[in-house]
Design a protein around this ligand. Structure first.
Ligand code: BGC
Length: 459
């Protein structure tokens, strides 16, 4: 598919009068782009723990695993053409650890060359790479040696981070060590719906702590190994991690138990993780689990930027199944998650309280028919604009996701793409959704303009 993909040129915000109150301008240099992760889009990641897990009967909704995914491993150039034509100036991706280091300490030169080509393709199109080192998947050899419950994994991950920083540092300034330690741990070790399918909340807390510690130590390793300022902006490496901030509120505001449980969940899921990277103090406590408390000196201040992933709000009901529900009557996406744009503004304030500049590293809507997403993109941008006006230092926004992709245990049921992909035919042309057009206008204008609203059907 050609780079233009039928996209109209779009207008810069400068065509609107400076004092036009309908135009919400973002700061100069604000980054717009999309986010993906290797296992969800590449296809053929046979050497990681998810590939193995996907073969377990009943593990994946609908039964279809990642398989060829979007064949992005082969098609990355044309996918980046689409993003570049839509005005994206940044792109978040992850390096697949199991490809780069298929056996302990042995790095595969062909895969190293592959990721150089990927990063080079982004830079050639004027898109700044934001590179994640751990996005949920682990090489089989890591999983089989105790995975993230083992302290050895921290050492192994730090060595991997050091290798990547030295190898790719000339192409990358924005490093994201780990993605969502709390989601990774709770899904895999508490709910048991992701590998390694454990159901033990105490063990989940150990995993969060290990990922946080790994972040702190990788932060130092990356700064030591990457001294090249790829963008010429005075920063050789900027290191952060991505946190999933979910809004958690009592279902029944009057109910003391709903309020108490929501309070505990907010504390462990959001606040404890957000604070740990600031003061180096890990303090993870939930009822009926062994608390984890310790100070990690390397973690203190290990934050050049904070990556915020925001999707939804859950209402908490104590001692009931399911424990989390959407706000009754609110719009929900295809996975039943409430679409609540003001939650992004609030989450940005929480992120800003770390004192670090913020990148929105994920935000999006699972919406196969693109019914809610065009409008949501505009409303999320408006909420982010408000947060910036209120003083939160937001540097960019990376929409989840460029393409429909493998949605972990939900299989192919959550379709988050600006572009549609048919997983049964991942070689077919990507299908441009109206959302891609809305996002393109937003990115090109660096503003919410009447044009953007019109494309979203809001004018
Ligand atoms: C993850 C993504 C995932 C998205 C939507 C985030 O928790 O980082 O990998 O696809 O949410 O569920």
């Amino acid at each position: 598919m050609s780079a233009s993909c039928g996209a109209p040129p779009g207008r810069s915000a400068s065509v609107w009068p400076v004092n036009d109150a309908r135009v919400l301008r973002f700061p100069d240099g604000f980054r717009w782009g999309a986010a993906t992760s290797a296992h969800q889009v590449e296809g053929g990641n046979t050497r990681n723990d998810w590939w193995r897990f996907e073969a377990t009967p009943g593990a994946i909704r609908g039964g279809r695993g990642s398989g060829d995914a979007c064949r992005h491993y082969e098609r990355f150039e044309e996918d980046f053409d689409l993003a570049a034509a839509d005005g994206h100036t940044a792109h978040r991706l992850s390096l697949e650890w199991s490809r780069l280091e298929p056996e302990p300490g042995r790095f595969d030169p062909a895969e190293v060359a592959h990721y150089h080509a990927v990063l080079g393709a982004l830079r050639a199109r004027g898109m700044e790479p934001v590179v994640t080192l751990h996005h949920f998947t682990n090489p089989l050899w890591i999983a089989d040696r105790g995975g993230w419950e083992s302290r050895e994994t921290i050492d192994r991950f730090v060595a991997f981070a050091r290798f990547c920083a030295a190898e790719f540092g000339a192409e990358v300034d924005w490093w994201c060590t780990v993605n969502e330690p709390e989601v990774f741990a709770f899904r895999g070790w508490a709910e048991g719906v992701w590998p390694p399918a454990v159901r033990d909340r105490s063990r989940a807390l150990v995993v969060i702590a290990h990922q946080l510690e790994a972040h702190g130590r990788a932060y130092r390793a990356i700064h030591e190994a990457d001294r090249v300022d790829a963008d010429g902006d005075g920063h050789a490496a900027r290191v952060g991690f991505a946190k999933h901030h979910v809004q958690l509120e009592a279902l029944r505001a009057w109910h003391p138990l709903d309020r108490l449980v929501a309070h505990f969940e907010r504390r462990v899921f959001n606040e404890a993780v957000e604070r740990a990277a600031v003061d180096g103090r890990i303090a993870l406590e939930i009822p009926c689990a062994r608390a984890v408390r310790r100070d990690v000196p390397e973690l203190k201040g290990a934050l050049d930027w904070f990556g915020l992933n925001y999707y939804t709000r859950w209402r908490v009901q104590a001692f009931a199944e399911p424990p989390h529900v959407a706000t009754p009557g609110a719009p929900v996406n295809d996975l039943g998650w409430e679409v609540w744009p003001d939650g992004l503004r609030r989450a940005l304030h929480a992120a800003g309280r770390t004192g670090a500049p913020v990148l929105v590293t994920e935000n999006g809507v699972a919406d196969a028919h693109d019914a809610l997403r065009p409008r949501a993109i505009v409303e999320f941008a408006e909420a982010m604009h408000r947060a910036i006006a209120e003083g939160v230092p937001v540097r960019g926004y990376l929409h989840w996701s460029l393409l429909d992709n493998f949605e972990w245990a939900d299989g192919w049921h959550g379709r988050f793409g600006l572009y549609g992909v048919d997983e049964r035919d991942p070689g077919a042309p990507r299908v441009r959704r109206r959302s891609a057009e809305v996002f393109a206008r937003l990115a090109r204008a660096n503003a919410v303009t009447p044009d953007v609203r019109e494309a979203a059907g809001l004018a």
